[in-house]
Design a protein around this ligand. Sequence first.
Ligand code: HEM
Length: 173
Amino acid sequence: MSGRGAKVAARAAAGLGLTAVAAGALIWWGPAGLYLWLKAAHVIAIIAWMAGMLYLPRLFVYHSEVPIGSPQSETFKVMERRLLRAIINPAMIATWVLGLWLAWEGGFFRSGWLHAKLAFVLALSGLHGYFSAAVRAFAEDRNVRSSRHWRVVNEVPAVLMILIVILVVVKPF
Ligand code: HEM
C-alpha cells in the first residue's frame, strides 16, 4: 500500500472506530427521543450522500469534454477523488448504518414499503459502485463514455431519490 493509501486507510479505520464507540455509547445510554435523533442524523447523511451522487456525474460530463492530459482534466481528477472519498463514501456508510438502525428500532423489517425502499437503495448503492469505478477510469485516463452518456446517467440518482422518499414518507403499502 502507498503512503497515501495507508493514511486514508488509517483515517477510515479511526472514523469507523469513533462511530462504533459513539453508537455503543448511545445504545448504552438509551436517551428518550433517541429514535428522532437517529432519524435526524439519517436525513443529514442522506443529504450529503445525494449531494455527491448528483454532483459527481455532472463532473464526469465536463471531464469527458476536455482533452486527456490537459490542466482541466487533472483538476477534475482531484475534484472527483476528493468528493468520492471525503463525502460520498462516508455519507453512504452513515446512511446505511442509521437507516438499518431505524428500521430495527421502529420494527419496520416486515413492512412492504421498507422492502421496496431497500430495493431502490440497493440500486442507488450499485450506482455508487459504478461511479467509484468511473472515478478510477478517469484518474487513469481510461474513460470511454461520452458526455451524453454521463448526462443521461446524471438523472438516475434523482429518480431513485424521488421514489425512495415517496416510499418512506407516504408508506403506500
Ligand atoms: C440505506 C438503507 C436505508 C434504510 C434501511 C432506511 C430506513 C429508514 C427508516 C426505517 C426510516 C424511519 C421511518 C419512520 O420513522 O417513519 C427512514 C427515514 C427516512 N429515510 Fe431512510 N433508509 C435508508 C436509506 C435512505 C435513503 C437513500 C433515502 C433518500 C434518498 C432515505 C430517505 C429517508 C427520509 C427522507 C426519511 C424520513 C421520513 C420521515 O420522517 O417521514 N433513506 N429510513
